[in-house]
Design a protein around this ligand. Structure first.
Ligand code: GLC
Length: 436
């Protein structure tokens, strides 16, 4: 696999050179129509810019940016890395916008922040017809829209998947569990093996941050509920939402989740899975490439596979729709350069190279059906299905307050500080106010 990754990267790099030549034209920074919602404002100014992002865990963002910089010596892009946690990233982006700073040009927005950045006019409207969005996954495109206009272009999509130790399940004659009951039964069997005795069954992301909002959202949907209904009104004081939250509460109580998972963000869980401590893990696809590394950083390379998240009862599990989009700060100079860079970064070639290097979910639909890519990343069809069926988190201008309220309720319940019924009643009241 490592050999074919290198070949793939070389091919993608060659394609990028061709692509850079094509994107060097000077007309691409002009305005475009917005598909019936009036013309987007002109994007003017060329010169150096910044690209603000969370952690570039694979260094591929830097690699693609270096290629751009070599081809655009007067329009260089400098990457600014923010902290690992989504909430800390949002905080810095919001603070920067509130003081109208021009330090950040391209903003990597989590899919749940579009409404806030658009409504506050911190991100500008983008010319919808200039990105070939018809070739992108529809749910991903929708995350970049606010009131019918486009404010952010999908760069990475994301959906939760069940990572599992296929080698150990094979040993006990089982395939990937489709339900929570099957999952816990499988753990018992694996733990009866000598190599399974010290392993933990399952983890997700349970620290008090955006990842917990995601895990709560998935648990609620998996139990047949929703945080908000189709009209955007909160529906968390329901038996379904309680059944979902109780799955997480029980997981900690009955030892299905290791106690230390209460402190886990994505990277903590990934390290634990890679150290061979976990049988199952709810994680984003970026883990695939890292956990398959054969440089000694992973004990589980080639030993795991992925499946859709398990359901409760006969129903399927539900993934929360994640991902990141590029927006342009309203306060930035050199917006024309920013627009060109966004186009460059979302071409077929760039997304292909990114998938090969990072295993992050592309936003271009055709890559999921490409036979060469599917050979290398056999989970792509499962991931596409998960994304197409994924549930969005609430769309809210006050998303920061919404997610804090959710985190407080969920964390209170899983730590045993509050019973789940009370936590959800209080959450319902808070959300009714915040989502008015
Ligand atoms: C991933 C997802 C993002 C989500 C975050 C939570 O980065 O892509 O949408 O908010 O995880 O930790």
């Amino acid at each position: 696999m490592a050999g074919s990754t290198r070949t793939g990267l070389r091919m993608a790099a060659l394609a990028c050179v061709a692509l850079l030549a094509a994107s060097c034209g000077s007309d691409s920074g002009s305005t475009g129509s917005t598909g019936g919602t009036g013309a987007a404002p002109a994007l003017e100014g060329r010169g150096d810019i910044t690209l603000v992002t969370g952690k570039d865990t694979s260094n591929n963002m830097q690699r693609l940016t270096d290629e751009w910089n070599n081809a655009h010596p007067t329009e260089k892009v400098r990457i600014v890395e923010l902290p690992e946690s989504a909430d800390a990233q949002r905080q810095q982006l919001v603070q920067n916008a509130q003081v109208k700073s021009d330090a950040y040009t391209i903003l990597t927005l989590d899919v749940v922040w579009t409404a806030e950045f658009a409504a506050n006019r911190w991100a500008i409207e983008l010319p919808r017809d200039q990105f070939g969005l018809e070739n992108f996954l529809k749910p991903a495109v929708e995350t970049g829209e606010y009131r019918g206009k486009l404010y952010a272009v999908p760069v990475y999509s994301d959906a939760g998947l069940l990572f599992y130790r296929k080698d150990l399940l094979d040993k006990v004659g089982l395939t990937a569990p489709k339900t929570w009951d099957e999952l816990t039964a499988a753990c018992q069997k694996v733990k009866a093996l000598p190599e399974g005795a010290n392993m933990s069954c399952y983890t997700g992301q349970f620290e008090k941050y955006e990842g917990l909002t995601v895990n709560f959202d998935e648990a609620v949907h998996t139990a047949g509920g929703a945080i908000v209904n189709e009209a955007g009104q909160p529906t968390v004081d329901t038996p379904q939402a309680k059944a979902g939250l109780d799955k997480l509460v029980e997981g900690f109580k009955n030892g299905t989740f290791p106690q230390k998972a209460i402190t886990f963000k994505e990277e903590d869980g990934r390290r634990s899975f890679q150290a061979g401590e976990l049988i199952f893990m709810r994680q984003w696809p970026y883990q695939w490439a890292l956990a398959n590394k054969t440089d000694g950083s992973s004990q589980v390379a080639g030993k795991f596979d992925v499946a859709p998240l398990p359901g409760v009862g006969a129903g399927p599990g539900a993934a929360s729709l994640g991902g990141h989009n590029f927006a342009i700060s309203a306060f930035a100079k050199n917006k024309a350069t920013a627009l060109d860079f966004i186009k460059y970064f979302t071409t077929d070639a760039a997304e292909r190279s990114n998938l090969l290097a990072t295993s992050q979910a592309p936003t271009r639909a055709n890559l999921y059906d490409d036979p060469e890519l599917v050979k290398q990343f056999p989970y792509l069809p499962t991931l596409k299905e998960a994304i197409m069926a994924a549930k969005p988190r609430p769309k809210a201008v006050r998303y920061g307050d919404v997610t804090t309220a959710i985190q407080e309720a969920a964390y209170g319940a899983i730590t045993g500080a509050k019973d789940s019924g009370t936590a959800l009643k209080e959450l319902q009241t808070k959300l009714q106010d915040l989502l008015k």
